[in-house]
Design a protein around this ligand. Structure first.
Ligand code: PLP
Length: 407
């Protein structure tokens, strides 16, 4: 008799965005004449930068000719992209990351979901609350947690982000082995200072732990004091893996390209206390289960690192940050405290009310979709996330509707 992986039965009934989609679809079916503006799911709306589109087209064209056709590429990514990443995303910021420490993939969701596979099933986890749900759910699937009671899985140290700590969690008082951090944060939009990241690196070192640093939104950082990479912190090469994605940087949510940095100096231990190279383990996993991102997509991603590409990416992220500024100003006029939006495309609003109730009010009276904070974890209760990913007209219209609805 075929049996299931019973860890899946511990997962909460459905994924946050499918719950939202159900409510939105029901509303749309009942009110077809009332157009809904979606500021919920973090999906981009602006088309690809023209440099990426041209490189993408050129890459596709190459595939159509015998002389330039490409079959399977290197699983870890083409050298032209890995070298551009090492130079522009790391060397330019003073970080020593070699091209062969970079693993190109078709998305950061897969990378931050899959990475846990190479670690023991009995390790201690530290996971933020509120959080991008992938970190928790993939560990539940792998059997690293107990049951979920009152929105918390047994066996996880939750790193609470609250108004009291400015939504940057404190270092836990207990030892943990695998620590998930995300800055600029999804969902709160909060950023971590150099000193805060240095404290995490020191904690990881002291505990022989590994930090999984998700910097999917680093392209939105405008404050020059805020690190873009964990490797800007001295010693981080020995304790951290970093995830980056082109999804929000350059509108690649539908094009799919990302990368993960696994330094060769990173070690983890077996039960007998022998050290192993984490780079070698991830390389083994990646080459066994992944066959490379497509060539034209990698060409499109590499175009981001040209001068024109950098300008176009900056213009695109500036545009979304312009939306974010309007959202923050509007929330200020409504006396709703919020964070985020200045170095991140998300605004995290402290509504002081049940977050699904606030979501329903926004949907039913303003026809605006936001994301209820409770869906990101217990500490998200009382908050909603509004995303800056939409056209300027839609953001302006949504803010007018919200102001009317809350009057
Ligand atoms: N990490 C965070 C924090 C995200 O918010 C997202 C997407 O929303 C991802 C990773 C996944 O990005 P990708 O589109 O590369 O899979």
């Amino acid at each position: 008799m075929i049996r299931i992986n019973e860890n899946y039965t511990k997962l909460k009934a459905s994924y946050l965005f499918s719950d939202i989609a159900k409510r939105v679809n029901a509303f749309v079916a009942a009110h077809p004449a009332k157009p809904v503006i979606r500021l919920g799911i973090g999906d981009v709306t602006e088309p690809l930068p023209s440099v990426c589109l041209e490189a993408f087209h050129a890459g596709v064209e190459e595939m159509g000719h015998r002389a330039t056709f490409k079959g399977y590429g290197p699983e870890q990514g083409y050298a032209f992209l890995r070298e551009a990443i090492a130079q522009h995303d790391y060397a330019a910021r003073g970080c020593k990351i070699d091209a062969d420490e970079i693993f190109v993939s078709d998305g950061s969701k897969c990378d931050c979901g899959n990475i846990q596979e190479i670690f023991g099933t009995d390790i201690r986890l530290a996971i933020p609350d509120p959080v991008y749900p992938v970190y928790v759910d993939t560990n539940v699937m792998a059997g690293r947690t107990g049951a979920n009671t009152n929105g918390r899985y047994e066996g996880v140290t939750y790193l609470e982000s609250t108004p009291a700590n400015g939504y940057v969690p404190a270092i836990p008082s207990v030892a943990t082995d695998l620590i998930y951090l995300c800055f600029p944060n999804n969902p709160t939009g909060a950023v971590a200072t150099r000193a805060q990241l240095a404290a995490w690196v020191a904690y990881a070192k002291a505990n022989r732990a590994i930090i999984l640093f998700d910097s999917a939104y680093e392209a939105y950082i405008r404050d020059p004091q805020i690190p873009h990479s964990i490797y800007e912190i001295s010693g981080a090469r020995d304790v951290a893996i970093e995830f980056r994605s082109y999804s929000k940087t350059a509108g690649f949510t539908g094009t799919r390209c990302a990368y993960t940095v696994v330094p060769k100096s990173l070690q983890a231990w077996d039960a007998a206390g022998n050290a192993h190279s984490v780079h070698a383990l991830w390389n083994r996993r990646h080459t066994t289960k992944f066959n490379g991102a497509s060539y034209p997509v990698q060409k499109a991603a590499a175009a981001i690192y040209t001068d024109a590409g950098k300008q176009q990416v900056r213009a695109m992220t500036d545009f979304y940050l312009g939306n974010a500024k309007l959202i923050r100003e509007a929330m200020g006029r409504l006396n709703l405290p919020c964070v985020g939006g200045d170095n991140a495309p998300y605004i995290w609003i402290n509504t002081g009310r049940d977050s699904w109730e606030f979501f329903d009010q926004m949907l039913n009276t303003a026809q605006v979709v936001c994301t209820p904070g409770a869906g990101f974890g217990r500490c998200g209760e009382g908050h909603v996330r509004i995303s800056a990913f939409n056209s300027r007209d839609n953001v302006v219209a949504a803010l007018e509707r919200i102001a009317r609805a809350l009057k």
